[in-house]
Design a protein around this ligand. Structure first.
Ligand code: AMP
Length: 599
């Protein structure tokens, strides 16, 4: 995972000069984003993950292909900002309790997986004729998964808040700490690992760096828990009360980047770990959701630049020059590590789907490997050949990662299908695994004359309860795994996944439904759902949810029959409730003069 990306990976300077000498930052950002957008959109058209497009953009901008060459050091630093924002976002979703709850599996899991990868790397190194030290270094470089790639995969599948998501993130945090330790200890260990110096190595010299590093990590954690926990939420609450959105946004960025940077400078921990803690401390505050939303756009832009910077390291010639060692390297990353992870997760009694998801998410390597190989080369613990193999292994494994998940989806969908056939529940509506809903063709629900309800949150759950009580058949489309599980337990008809994804509305049989209720808060996504439903049926009554006049117009434009704006309904209800007392207050108070004289 991320740490300070050293300036050492300056392969860019070798072959060609950057075209724009005067504005390297601007040209790297602009060319990177534009190329990533064009290639990402192109590959998306042929149903490949846009991530592959971003990597290809990096290859195009890299020193090994003709044309424009971006500045690798700048690209690396931009990528580092992406890692900080990403980890901050993960921290926002994560509480200390979550982290603590997965320690039993995350700690042994990460340790066993790192050891397994290191041993396999060492074995390959031995076959290639490298010394033990160089082999171990090579194995270590293959052992840690990329934060960005893992989180991307989890977020795309909305798995972050599930148990598998929590295990994977906890695992990642342990790997991060292990790698921080490795980076600090390597210079001290280099003497031992370089065979020639092994004889006069002083073991006691190791104790001090280990103690220092652990001490610094502990000091940082204590500092954050004692000082950060009080100060950071206080700052955000204060800024929120000023009412300035701009200042709030700025505060969020200042805190995430500032803490990460401060942690690296003062405590020598990685940027990623610092940012994660800053986010986690905020996760207890009720402002965390707002903070997460504010960082989204920038976070995505910088994550794209991360992939571009990785692509720039790739020299396609290695595929021709070293096909067999490259295949062996890939085998370790894709299968060796996965197998170790799978075994551990199963050993802890988790289901196969959890074990497979975690294996797939960890079957790649990324930023930490680049840092390790750079350090390895500078300490004479790694050959150029080893470095090139690791870099090629990283980019190819990142490219193949979406494919891994696609295979996994297929496998899980098949199992799910086999399971429901075995259970022979008869004409069940489409029910898919949380990770597969958008991938497999969904069977169409046999329900007719039903109400299709998108979203079963604060709004949808009230609607659904009332409709069911009135005897109206309801089919819910929902994408929150926790809610899905609850609804299934209650025996409510449900299709899991994003209602805006292809085939979802067809599967809900909206064509034969009595009506469609779009009860989700995001009107943009709501608009897509409404438009798709309108495409299926011109006469279907569609009622959607909005929060502003613009959203009402947007939803109506896409074909909604009527749109309910939450805020207006709240206002009406408030008026209705106050009406009685207002009326009473407005009534003229009986005074003596106005007393009826009849008495
Ligand atoms: P609330 O705002 O509390 O009414 O919750 C909205 C619910 O809609 C949440 O449970 C979300 O998981 C769900 N939701 C949001 N967007 C979608 C979508 N595109 N497809 C399916 N469910 C969604």
């Amino acid at each position: 995972m991320g740490s300070q990306m050293p300036a050492g990976i300056s392969l860019a300077s070798a072959a060609k000069c950057p075209v724009h000498h005067n504005t390297p930052l601007i040209s790297t950002v602009v060319v990177g984003l534009v190329l990533a957008f064009v290639l990402g959109a192109l590959v998306q058209r042929v149903r490949v993950s846009p991530l592959v497009g971003y990597l290809l953009a990096g290859v195009v901008m890299g020193p090994f292909t003709p044309g424009f060459v971006a500045d690798q050091n700048i690209a690396n630093e931009l990528a580092e900002i992406g890692i900080i924002l990403l980890m901050f976002g993960v921290g926002l979703h994560f509480s200390l309790k979550d982290l603590w709850s997965v320690r039993a599996i995350a700690v042994p899991g990460a340790v066993v997986q790192i050891s397994a990868a290191t041993v396999m790397g060492w074995a390959l190194g031995w076959a290639l004729g490298w010394s033990t030290g160089k082999g171990i270094m090579f194995g270590l470089a293959l052992s840690t998964a990329s934060t960005v790639v893992l989180l991307r995969a989890m977020q795309e599948r909305r798995l972050i808040d599930t148990e598998r998501g929590r295990i994977a993130v906890g695992w990642l945090i342990v790997e991060d700490v292990a790698m921080v330790l490795t980076l600090v200890l390597l210079p001290a260990l280099a003497g031992l690992m370089n065979d020639d110096a092994a004889s006069n190595f002083d073991f006691s010299a190791l104790a001090w760096p280990i103690a220092m590093t652990l001490g610094k990590v502990a000091a940082f954690v204590v500092f954050m828990l004692v000082v950060g926990r009080r100060v950071i939420p206080w700052i955000l609450h204060y800024v929120a009360h000023t009412g300035s959105r701009e200042l709030f946004r700025l505060a969020v960025f200042a805190i995430s980047l500032g803490v990460a940077f401060g942690a690296a400078i003062l405590f020598d921990v990685s940027f990623a770990l610092g940012a994660f803690f800053a986010g986690m401390i905020l996760s207890e505050s009720e402002l965390s959701q707002r903070a997460a939303n504010e960082t989204l756009p920038l976070r995505d832009a910088f994550a794209v630049l991360f992939f571009v910077s990785v692509g720039m390291l790739f020299d396609p010639a290695i595929i021709v020059k070293e096909p067999l060692p490259l295949l062996a390297t890939l085998f370790i990353i894709l299968f060796g590590k996965s197998l170790a992870a799978f075994a551990i997760v199963r050993l802890f009694g988790h289901p196969i789907s959890t074990a497979l998801t975690i294996s797939a998410s960890l079957a790649q390597i990324g930023e930490f490997s680049f840092i390790l190989v750079t350090l390895g080369v500078s300490l004479s613990l790694m050959t150029d050949r080893g470095r090139d193999l690791v870099l090629a292994g990283a980019i190819i494994s990142i490219m193949l990662n979406p494919l891994w998940f696609a295979l996994l989806d297929r496998f899980l969908a098949k199992r799910e299908a086999a399971k429901s056939t075995a259970e022979t529940i008869g004409a069940e509506p489409a029910v898919a695994d949380e990770g597969t809903a958008t991938r497999e063709p969904l069977p169409v629900s046999p329900l007719t004359g039903h109400v299709v309800l998108v979203g079963h949150g604060r709004v949808g759950s009230v609607v659904s309860a009332a409709l069911r009580q009135a005897g109206t058949p309801v089919l819910v489309i929902e994408d929150n795994p926790g809610i899905i599980e609850r609804l299934r337990e209650q025996g409510i008809e449900i299709i899991s996944g994003n209602a805006a994804a292809p085939d979802m509305l067809q599967a809900a049989n909206v064509g034969a439904a009595r009506g469609l209720l779009v009860a989700i808060p995001d009107a943009f996504e709501g608009g897509q759902i409404v438009a798709k439903a309108r495409g299926i049926s011109a006469t279907l009554p569609i009622i959607a949810r909005a929060h502003s006049e613009e959203e009402i117009a947007h939803l109506k434009h896409h074909g909604a029959t009527s749109v309910i704006m939450g805020e207006q309904e709240i206002a009406k209800a408030m008026l209705a409730q106050i009406a009685g007392s207002v009326a009473a207050a407005l009534q003229p108070k009986p005074t003596e003069g106005s007393q009826p004289s009849a008495a």
